[in-house]
Ligand binder design. Structure first.
Ligand code: NAP
Length: 466
């Protein structure tokens, strides 16, 4: 088949996951000269993945990247959204390989790491992801309740997610009301008793993973003091060299040192930033009553060593925010040691490090949970450039008639949704927000989301309070 014959039939690409990595991949696919048809699958009836369900609700500015991402669907039938389709249940790997010329996995990191310490599963000890899902109105968390009646809360970890969680916990109810959280979540924050959040980092401030932009966000908290003990911002000689070599680090350290010197202003709530402390065990009779911390000392290589000096911090709730991790997809190769889909420049590798025929990966499933939303743009561009180079070597395309996939989904009884359904749900959430003077009010219950997106009445479920 020559190029003219080949272009008579467009290659068909399936993208699994409608988050930023998947939608940036669609953008890169559309920017290519090749005529392509793209189907974007998501297990939820909503697009935007981590932008909708990971970025903290008080960071609406960052969420506005959806204006860019949504243009992936401005191309009529060339790009279809197929929401509420579960990979491995409603559509399987073998189906995608049969019906498409290329498959891009952009499924992110659905799991999270554990601390592996005694007491971790006591009531009152939660993975940060569960809390993030909940305050962001993720349907997986629709049944969950967070009791915010604790006064003292620990957040373990020194990354941006830990900062998000700490910041949300000390925000005033009025500030939370200015976000898009579901009504039920807003009610819980209105009834919150939290006064002190202890952010616990096992290494020093130089090793903290906060980005300056996110750390600066703590300055805007209206009724909150930041508490840092002077000994926690003391450096070892090697730290100074690291700080001088890195502009981001210089910004972070300057901010943290400034807070450490500043007198407290008698605010109602506090974030205590504690560095060089390792949680050893979580204690409590029937629920969390405290966490035992071992003082660490810094080593020249950036690592730490335990000193054996223990302290018990009295807290009633703990959020563990020590990193997300990708989970295996049914039948898709997975590197368990690195918790990613193994690949070379985005082309998926099988268990013997050989390229699979037409599978690709992008985003957190490819590189692990690192970087910001924007990092996915270059990441997806690399994957798509590998994919397009591979397609160019093919003598023919085999992707099937777009209707056949819909028939397959119908045969499986999948209640899939289209882009127009999402737009209807989007309109509903925005209208609900306008009626309360808020940017949006999220609907967190899957059944209500589906009903609203189809235009059927779900009055009883509005606001997800059913
Ligand atoms: P992260 O940046 O990898 O941070 C994980 C933190 O957990 C690190 O401080 C790590 O310390 C600590 N940790 C790991 N295992 C631990 C253990 N056993 N005990 C105590 N501490 C432990 O992960 P993340 O915060 O989940 O963020 C994920 C990604 O999302 C990052 O790229 C982040 O920048 C991004 N993100 C961005 C934004 C934003 O831009 N607004 C917001 C949220 C998240 P060590 O360094 O010592 O391992």
């Amino acid at each position: 088949m020559n190029d003219a014959d080949k272009s008579a039939r467009s290659a068909r690409v399936a993208v699994v996951g409608a988050g930023p990595a998947g939608l940036y991949a669609v953008h890169s696919l559309l920017a290519s000269a090749s005529p392509l048809g793209v189907d974007v699958f998501d297990r939820l009836p909503t697009p935007y993945g981590l932008v909708r369900y990971g970025v903290a609700p008080d960071n609406q500015k960052m969420k506005s990247v959806t204006r860019v991402l949504r243009t992936a669907f401005d191309h009529g039938k060339q790009v279809r959204f197929l929401g509420n389709v579960r990979f491995g249940v409603d559509i399987r790997r073998a189906d995608l390989l049969e019906h498409y010329d290329a498959v891009v996995y952009a499924t992110g990191a659905q799991g999270e790491r554990r601390l592996d310490i005694p007491g971790e599963d006591l009531p009152g000890s939660y993975g940060a992801k569960a809390f993030v899902d909940w305050y962001n109105g993720h349907p997986d968390a629709a049944e969950r309740d967070f009791d915010l009646r604790a006064h003292h809360v620990a957040v373990v970890g020194a990354g941006n997610v830990a900062l998000d969680v700490a910041r949300m916990l000390v925000r005033s109810p009025d500030e939370i009301a200015a976000t898009d959280v579901p009504d039920r979540v807003l009610d819980a924050f209105r009834n919150s008793h939290v006064t002190d959040v202890h952010l616990i980092a096992r290494r020093g401030l130089v090793q903290a993973k906060f980005t300056p932009e996110e750390l600066r966000g703590l300055k805007d908290l209206v009724d909150v003091d930041i508490v840092i003990r002077p000994e926690d911002v003391s450096m070892i000689d090697d730290d100074e060299a690291r700080i001088q070599a890195n502009r981001q680090l210089r910004t972070n350290v300057a901010m943290l040192r400034d807070w450490a010197q500043r007198p407290l202003r008698g605010k109602s709530r506090r974030i205590h930033m504690r560095f060089l402390q390792r949680p050893v065990r979580i204690v409590g009779e029937n629920r969390v009553e405290g966490v035992v911390l071992e003082r660490n000392e810094p080593l020249a290589d950036g690592g730490v060593r335990g000193t054996g000096r223990m302290e018990t911090l009295d807290v009633e709730t703990i959020f563990r925010s020590v990193g997300y991790e990708a989970l295996p997809l049914p039948d898709v190769p997975f590197d368990r040691a690195r918790s990613i889909i193994p690949h070379h420049r985005g082309r998926v590798l099988d268990g013997n490090d050989l390229s699979t025929e037409k599978e690709y990966v992008t985003g957190w499933a490819k590189r692990g949970p690192s970087g910001t939303i924007g990092t996915n743009k270059s990441d997806s561009a690399e994957t798509v450039s590998t994919l397009l180079a591979d397609l160019a070597t093919r003598s023919s395309y085999h992707g099937s008639d777009p209707e056949r996939v819909l028939t397959l989904l119908d045969d499986r009884g999948a209640q899939y949704t289209h882009w127009a359904n999402w737009l209807r749900l989007d309109d509903h959430e925005l209208a609900l927000g306008r009626s309360q003077g808020r940017p949006r009010v999220k609907i967190p219950v899957l059944r209500a989301m589906l009903e609203l997106s189809r235009g059927s009445s779900a009055r009883g479920a509005i606001g997800g309070t059913e």
